[in-house]
Design a protein around this ligand. Sequence first.
Ligand code: UDP
Length: 319
Amino acid sequence: MPARSKPISVVTGAAGFLGSHLTDRLLAERHRVIAIDNLITGNPANIGHLAGNENYRFIRHNVSDFIFLPEERIDYVFHFASPASPIDYLELPIPTLKVGALGTHNALGLAKAKMASFILASTSETYGDPLVHPQKEDYWGNVNPIGPRGVYDEAKRFAEAMTMAYHRYHNIDTKIVRIFNTYGPRMRLRDGRVVPAFIGQALAGRPLTVFGDGSQTRSFCYVSDLIDGIFKLAMSDFHEPVNLGNPREMTIKQFADEIIRITGTESTIEYKPLPEDDPKVRQPDISRAKKVLGWEPGVSFEEGIIRTIQYFRESLKRD
Ligand code: UDP
């Protein structure tokens, strides 16, 4: 295919964990990718392998400021820029609010100007500390707007509202993916999320820091499964939000025990206070994704975790 006739995709947050995996998938699908990231939480190491790729261009830019691209035609805008771990958005509350609000507005404006499809990376955090379990897309959520997580949750809820407004009033082809806890290579070892935290602690022989009594639950999806769902959603003509995640639910204590077992570490468990507004349960209902996209996750927990541990072992050697 000549380079000109390939689909052109813009990915914001392209040096992040999900943005970089999404970029790899789009390039494998023969898209050209214009990658944008201001690198405040993104990592250049995630995109180093793309240097010199003729179908890839990287632009260092904060998408909360106006996005100018000279291309006449763009086919897809994937808006994945945002601090995404609780520690990151506690440290960067205002950039988090801005990228969810102003960044989404700019990315939608770009999609409108270029007549591109728009895909919003939303989150299970739109459900907050849910009172309905498992979470279905028609649940409106239980979010504390003024709590420490509110900067992320409310920005993403605003982003969804803005996306639907552009769909309804400007006829933009928009998609909303609500992403549940996802893990895999390229997460930052020190981003504070439970998967890198426990694996890093286990590999260093330090105690695993379980917050609260560890009875809160999460459901972990391996990154390749998630990216597959996102690609299918982007190619669909479905405009309502779609949950993507792995319904296999476990408590954080069970997760710590699994990491100790699989790594074979001597580490113990140390209990720490539960952060404010930490959701007590989380599990996606993925019946919509199954029906609309024919998607469901295929990578087992054991397989995904082993690959992730291997990645962190290697990156610790390089540190
Ligand atoms: N957590 C923990 N120890 C850690 C980091 C996180 O027990 O060192 C818990 C956290 O309180 C939450 C769950 O693990 O209940 C998942 O946290 P994460 O930061 O990965 O993301 P969240 O799902 O809360 O957005």
